[in-house]
Design a protein around this ligand. Structure first.
Ligand code: 5AD
Ligand code: FES
Length: 345
């Protein structure tokens, strides 16, 4: 018999704060959570896993987030930018490998002003009319988001990182705020993007209360995608001595999110695969239904070092695709190559 708290979460897609606290803090629901999450995922998506090709096109960043290896203060980072042609080459290679979604991710790099972003987006849109274009380039003005959308971008990933103002302030410099982060997400939704939010698991100063605040914020936002992965320390950041986040809690939260948001796109993240050798496979079995293999040129991969020991930095795109295909199959699922638009009830 399945635990009644898990059943309640599945049925209501919600719990009280006290119930969430119990299920987040205790490991004893994990087996039932995973079983229920996999059932809900199969009801909605079968055994399908969507692919998103990740192109890390710049590691310059004007921000100084305390957790991130690409922060501006990290003078040891070896910075690079991809040209429009190099980005298009990545898409070309990805298209041939079956990718129909391209995620352009980068630091907040002023070199790529709105004109340049729009040029890149329009070029991809023209060459690959059947593909979804996802941007993940940080906080911008609403007008900028509108311009990218009009140029052909469909989706935007911007993790909220933490919904708690005070916690947010401890992870970021004074120039940033949870309020502006959320403003961005609401603007993106209003413009018509499919939106991805999310947070790190086990970021410094995170508590069960801040995690519950994250779940509540996601209930309000109703994003199309939710990206979560363990916090992993980077030696050239102020958080160099902080403990890594836990794979177990990440898996537990993936299952909770699947039960709360049956239709949501939930990636098994690279960070989860970095902290646990079979982390992405376990993530899929816990309710995730997206993987985002790397399409960046191999020379760039090691340099996009948000955290240490990142996987997939030595492999060619084709190898990465093949490797994932095998892993997804071994986990009991099947990669599909369509755009994988979110399905709403
Ligand atoms: N460990 C894990 N995830 C990180 N991110 C940034 N730095 C780290 C880190 N040290 C995540 C953030 C960001 C996403 C691109 O990567 O959540 O939004
Ligand atoms: Fe990239 Fe295995 S998924 S090398």
């Amino acid at each position: 018999m399945m635990n009644s708290l898990v059943e309640k979460l599945r049925k209501n897609r919600d719990l009280s704060d006290e119930e969430f606290r119990e299920i987040i803090d205790s490991g004893r629901y994990d087996d039932d959570l995973r079983t229920a999450a996999d059932e809900v995922r199969r009801e909605n998506y079968g055994d399908v896993v969507f692919l998103r090709g990740l192109i890390e096109f710049t590691n310059y960043c004007k921000n100084d987030c305390l957790y991130c290896g690409l922060r501006a203060s990290n003078r040891t980072a070896d910075r690079y930018r991809l040209s429009r042609e190099e980005i298009l080459d990545c898409c070309e290679e990805g298209y041939a490998l079956g990718y129909r979604t391209f995620v352009l991710q980068g630091g907040e790099d002023p070199y790529y002003n709105d004109d340049r972003i729009c040029e890149i987006v329009a070029a991809i849109r023209k060459r690959f009319p059947d593909c979804a274009i996802t941007l993940s380039i940080g906080e911008k003005a609403r007008e900028s988001y509108q311009r990218y959308f009009d140029a052909g971008a469909n989706r935007y990933l911007l993790r909220h990182e933490t919904a708690d103002d005070a916690h947010y302030a401890r992870l970021h410099p004074d120039t940033m705020s949870a309020q502006n982060r959320k403003r961005c997400l609401w603007d993106l939704k209003a413009i018509g993007y499919q939106v991805g939010a999310g947070f790190m698991v086990g970021s410094p100063y995170q508590t069960t209360d801040t995690l519950i605040a994250d779940l509540r914020f996601l209930q309000q936002l109703q994003p199309d995608m939710i990206g979560i992965g363990p916090f992993l320390r980077h030696h050239a950041t102020p958080f160099r001595d902080q403990p890594n986040g836990s794979a177990e809690l990440t898996l537990r939260l993936l299952s909770i999110l699947r039960l709360m948001f049956p239709y949501v796109l939930l990636p098994a993240t690279t960070a989860l695969g970095t902290i646990l050798p079979d982390g992405r496979e376990r993530g899929l079995q816990a309710g995730a239904n997206v993987v985002m293999p790397n399409l960046s040129p191999v020379a760039a991969r090691k340099k996009y070092e948000i955290y240490e020991n990142k996987i997939c930095t030595g492999e060619e795109s084709a190898q990465c695709r093949g490797c994932l295909e095998m892993r997804v199959k071994a986990a009991g699922y099947r990669i599909v190559t369509d755009r994988g638009d979110v399905r709403r009830a």
